[in-house]
Design a protein around this ligand. Structure first.
Ligand SMILES: Cc1ncc(COP(=O)(O)O)c(C=O)c1O
Length: 378
């Protein structure tokens, strides 16, 4: 039986050597490699500033804090996401207000955002699900009219473009993840992209306890006392992580091309398969193709997961709707039936392997396994 892992990174000997070089030097934490990575990523994204942090979770949290979002504030977001998105709103002391998603993409339905705005709403966090950006031009217009800030959860969407804009270009800030399975990875890591210099400075302070000087400044320049002017956190990116990211960055678009090829092969193979549907990518968008999901009948989903695993295919679920998880139901009072499209996707979704290192044989093995299932259901 051919085993197809859910994910395998594509790190090369050069990437490993780049980390070795940092390890042989003196400076392991946030320093020159981090600064180079931040500049390189800002250039790639076409934004003014990138601030490297320890995860997308901390990127979202620090962004909320930098904007002063807290107790008494509401932040609109989607329930079709990883828990980090809404958990950070709660961690900041604010209230997450969910709105439902578009049934064909799983992205936040921008038309519903306007109806959820109250006089306590401060910000909206759209999630660029699976790599397809939410309708940012439309959302930016709604937020401009209502004086709301957009923080993009771009954990899946580093290479994405929609209607000519990349993450960070229409929102106040875009948050990225370099978690172990992401398109660009250092195991754990994250970044915030922004065009606002004040937001970038606030994030730099907040990622290091609110200190007026980071380690590199403290040790490489003439010693000066540092001060603490505000309460921050410890969420900086290290030079070890940055070296790994910097080394991979030049090839992310080549890797995206392979992801796109695999995704199109899946889409062609699954078109017309009974009981198997796939999310849509609008023509005006380049998806970062982070995750490839199929949507199957809800009563078949869990048996399909175990059956695919038995056939040697790695699978995952991205995601069951956040508001139906125990904490959100029990402690925050959310009920089933509130966000029907998100709930329906959450009950039907299966994520298949999608990464540039997959061989054509791997791709065909996944297609074969899904087609066998569909044949059993017909
Ligand atoms: C949509 C989304 N947001 C946020 C996160 C959190 O990222 P991190 O693990 O880097 O904190 C993830 C992680 O998988 C994610 O998928």
């Amino acid at each position: 039986m051919r085993r197809v892992e859910f994910y395998r990174h594509s790190l090369t000997e050069e990437d490993i050597a780049a980390v070795g070089e940092v390890l042989r030097g003196i400076f392991l934490t946030t320093g020159p490699r981090t600064a180079s990575f931040e500049r390189a990523l800002a250039e790639y994204l076409g934004v003014q500033h990138v601030v490297g942090v320890s995860s997308c979770t901390s990127a979202l949290y620090l962004s909320l804090k930098a904007l002063g979002v807290g107790k008494g504030d509401e932040v609109i977001t989607t329930p079709m996401t990883f828990i980090a998105t809404s958990n950070t709103i709660l961690d900041a002391g604010a209230t997450p207000v969910f709105v439902d998603v578009e049934p064909r993409t799983g992205n936040i339905d921008v038309r519903l955002v306007e109806r959820a705005i109250t006089n306590r709403t401060r910000a909206v966090i759209p999630v660029h699900l699976y790599g397809l950006m939410a309708d940012m031009r439309c959302l930016a217009e709604v937020c401009r009219r209502n004086k709301l800030t957009i923080i993009e959860d771009a954990a899946h969407a580093l290479e994405a473009v929609r209607d000519g804009a990349r993450p960070g270009q229409l929102g106040q800030a875009a948050c990225f993840s370099f978690y172990a399975t992401k398109n660009l990875t250092c195991g754990e890591g994250g970044a915030v992209a922004t065009n606002d210099p004040e937001m970038a400075s606030a994030l730099r302070r907040l990622r290091s306890h609110g200190m007026s000087k980071e380690a590199a400044g403290r040790y490489t320049e003439r010693y000066q006392h540092w001060d603490m002017e505000e309460l921050g956190y410890k969420a900086n990116l290290s030079d070890i992580q940055a070296a790994l990211l910097l080394s991979q960055l030049p090839r992310i678009d080549t890797q995206l091309a392979r992801r796109e090829e695999i995704a199109r092969r899946y889409e062609a193979a699954f078109a017309g398969l009974p009981g198997v549907d796939v999310p849509q990518v609008p023509r005006s968008a380049t998806s970062a193709r982070h995750l490839f999901t199929i949507w199957v009948p809800p009563q078949r989903r869990d048996e399909a997961l175990s059956s695919l695993q038995q056939k040697g295919i790695g699978v995952a679920v991205n995601y069951r709707a956040v508001h139906l998880l125990s904490y959100y139901r029990r402690d925050l009072g959310f009920q089933p039936g509130t966000f029907p499209h998100a709930e329906s996707i959450g009950d039907r979704t299966i994520t298949l392997p999608l990464y540039p290192g997959m061989s054509d044989e791997d791709v065909e093995a996944v297609i074969g396994a899904v087609s066998d299932l569909a044949a059993e259901w017909a």
